[in-house]
Design a protein around this ligand. Structure first.
Ligand SMILES: CCCCCCCC/C=C\CC(=O)SCCNC(=O)CCNC(=O)[C@H](O)C(C)(C)COP(=O)(O)OP(=O)(O)OC[C@H]1O[C@@H](n2cnc3c(N)ncnc32)[C@H](O)[C@@H]1OP(=O)(O)O
Length: 292
C-alpha cells in the first residue's frame, strides 16, 4: 500500500510538472497578430520567428499574399527581440508555394499588372534584404516564384520527393533578372543557364546535387533541421552577419532599386504581348485540366 501511495504521488507530481512545463513552453511562444494567410509565431526564448504561409490551396503569390509576407518580414526586421526566422508552408508534404499567381498575369490591364509587379519587387527587396538569418523549410513543391522565395533565404532544407526550380520558360515567360541572379548565386552560372533556359524543374535530390538546396530530409525532419541550422547561424555576431549579407546581395538589389519604374514597364510590355498572353492562357487551362 505504501509503495502504491508513493508511486501515485510520483504520478501526481509528474503530471503537475508536465503541466508547468507546458505552461512555460506555451508562454514562450508568442503569436504575432498575423493575417490568416501568413501565420507567425515567435519563440521568446530563442527569438526565432516561424512564418507559415497559409493561403489555400497552393500559396500562389497574389497581391494579398505578397503584401502580407512583405509586411510580416518588415515587422520582423524591426523587432529587436527577433533573432532569426524560418519560412515554411502550412501545406506540409504538398506545396511550399506555387509561385506567382498566374491569374494576376492573364488578361489584365496595364495598371493591374504594374501594381502587381510593384508588389513583387517589394516582396523581393524585403525578403532578400532581411537582415537576420533566414532558413527556408521547403516542405512541398516550390516551382518558379516559390523557388525564388526559397532562394532569398540563407539556407534551404527541403523535403524529399518534391520539385523545385525556376521553370518560367516552360510557361512561355521569363524569370526576371533578380530571380536569375538568385539562382546564379546559389548554383553558379553554368547550372543557372541550363536551369533557366530549359525551365528545368529539379527533384529534391537533383537540387541537392547542384546546391540549389542545402539539405534533403524526411518530412518530419524539415522544420527541426531548419531550427538546428538557425540556432548555429544566429551565433554569428550581429551586426557582422547583417553587414556581410547586405554587401553580398546589394548589387542586384541596387540595380532594381535604381530603376523600379523601368522594370515595371519592361514586365508589363513583355506580359501584354499577344503570344505571351496566349501561352499564359494555355498554361492556366492545362493546369485546371490536369486533374480531370
Ligand atoms: C523579361 C522579363 C519579364 C518578366 C516576365 C514574367 C516574370 C514572371 C516571374 C515568375 C513567374 C511565376 O512565378 S508564374 C507561377 C508559375 N507557377 C507554376 O507553374 C506552378 C503551377 N502549379 C503547379 O504546378 C501545381 O499547382 C503544384 C505542383 C504547385 C501543386 O499541385 P497540386 O496538385 O497540389 O495542386 P493543383 O495543381 O490542383 O492546384 C490547385 C489549384 O491552384 C491553382 N494554381 C496552381 N498554381 C497556381 C498559380 N501559380 N497561380 C494561380 N493558380 C494556381 C490550380 O489551377 C488549381 O486551381 P483549381 O482548383 O481552380 O483547378
Amino acid at each position: 500500500i505504501q509503495a502504491l501511495q508513493i508511486s501515485e504521488n510520483k504520478i501526481i507530481k509528474t503530471k503537475m510538472l508536465s503541466r508547468a512545463c507546458f505552461r512555460q513552453f506555451s508562454a514562450s511562444i508568442r503569436r504575432m497578430s498575423s493575417t490568416n494567410i501568413v501565420e507567425t509565431n515567435i519563440d521568446s526564448g530563442t527569438g526565432f520567428a516561424t512564418v507559415t504561409l497559409s493561403q489555400p490551396p497552393v500559396n500562389s503569390l497574389d497581391k494579398n499574399l505578397l503584401t502580407a509576407i512583405t509586411d510580416r518580414f518588415k515587422k520582423l526586421s524591426d523587432d529587436s527581440s527577433v533573432t532569426g526566422a524560418i519560412l515554411t508552408s502550412k501545406f506540409d508534404g504538398k506545396v511550399f508555394s506555387a509561385g506567382l499567381n498566374i491569374v494576376d498575369m492573364f488578361q489584365k490591364s496595364d495598371d493591374h499588372l504594374g501594381e502587381f509587379w510593384g508588389m513583387v519587387q517589394e516582396w523581393y527587396l524585403t525578403i532578400q534584404g532581411f537582415p537576420k538569418p533566414l532558413v527556408s523549410a521547403i516542405n512541398g513543391h516550390a516551382p518558379t516564384g516559390g523557388c525564388a522565395m526559397a532562394l532569398m533565404s540563407d539556407y534551404r532544407v527541403m523535403v524529399e520527393g518534391k520539385t523545385i526550380g525556376l521553370n518560367e520558360t516552360l510557361l512561355g515567360i521569363v524569370a526576371p533578372f533578380f530571380f536569375a541572379d538568385l539562382m546564379i548565386a546559389a548554383v553558379g552560372r553554368r547550372h543557372a543557364e541550363f536551369a533557366l533556359n530549359n525551365g528545368y524543374l529539379y527533384t529534391s535530390d537533383e537540387a541537392l546535387k547542384i546546391g540549389l538546396v542545402d539539405e534533403v530530409v524526411n518530412l518530419d525532419q524539415v522544420v527541426p533541421t531548419a531550427l538546428k541550422i538557425l540556432t548555429k547561424m544566429t551565433k554569428t555576431p550581429q551586426p557582422a552577419y547583417q553587414v556581410c549579407k547586405n554587401f553580398l546581395r546589394k548589387e542586384t538589389m541596387d540595380t532594381l532599386r535604381n530603376d523600379r519604374a523601368g522594370d515595371i514597364a519592361h514586365f508589363v510590355g513583355f506580359v501584354q504581348q499577344p503570344n505571351v498572353q496566349k501561352a499564359i492562357g494555355g498554361y492556366l487551362q492545362a493546369l485546371k485540366q490536369r486533374k480531370k
